[in-house]
Design a protein around this ligand. Sequence first.
Ligand code: DON
Length: 344
Amino acid sequence: MMANHRISFPAALVAALAVSIAAPAQAKGPVPDPAVKQFQRLVDAAYAKYKDLKDGKNADYIPILTETPSDLFGVVIVTKDGKVYSAGDVDYKFSIQSVSKPFTAALVMSQQGPEVLKEKIGVEPTGMAFNSKLALAVYENSVNPLVNAGAIAAVSLVKASSEADRWNQVSQNLSDFAGRPLTVLEKVYESEYTTAYGNRGIANLLYNWGRLYSDPEEALRVYTRECSVGVSAQDLGMMGATLANGGVNPITRKQVMPAAHVPELLAVMATAGFYDESGVWMYKAGLPAKTGVGGGIVAVVPGRFAIAAFSPRLNEAGNSIRSMKAIQDIAAELGVGVFGPNAN
Ligand code: DON
């Protein structure tokens, strides 16, 4: 009798609890981010505040980038469940450039684990420009995958049987993060590859020092192609939202990278995502992020959402002025800096 009592009473309780917990959750669906009510107002406000700002200029060391209309500007928030809040030119396709770098680092981590990234490329912020050759000499065995040297090395680390295989994997991975098939802007590729003397020098130096893991010209070509991939600000938002969502694309539901490695990747973005401006960026915005000379930036609020922006005019460090300001404003308004709310 007693034994019966002990078994049946908790079982009934568990069943009742299960019903009372499961029923409301099913009716309501996923819990929305507590800040969601402010998202549309904040992207609209950032767009309105900075749309007429003319500071900075398009990148010109890749000749074709001077042709991007300089006034384009878009701001977007994408939540970890794939909801999009946008203002301005968020569908215009521009070259992803260095914003591709963390995503290829993620591919290397997925294939070989985070230690390989640390040992074979390094994770030290250089405090120097994205294309610095000096940083290679100073840090010899440890740069990071977000400067050109480390990004070319990351491409060379992708396990591949041929150049076509290497490119297909890099390209597929970027598309998986975006949740749609991305394609190369061929004119950007031609323009950059035919003028890539500096990056060719970097690739050859790395190879000479045993810090590049494929044929240098192959790595240079695949790296230049990944930088020429066309994306919109909304695509960057979706790629960031995939990181915010533990490596799962919010739309396709594909696990693009292991959730366990997202914190390491975000740590590198936090310390090196803005090159020699990484300190100022973290001080002001408090969010892991990545910039590109195409004018795109994506910032990640871990576990919640991504804020992305696009505007071609850059500052001296090669970072988009309006995009930085828009993201900083939104992060400060929401108080989502990873170390606590940042003042703006
Ligand atoms: O290798 C380069 O110089 C370009 N493909 C990418 C540089 C870049 O985007 C720097 N970011 N702000």
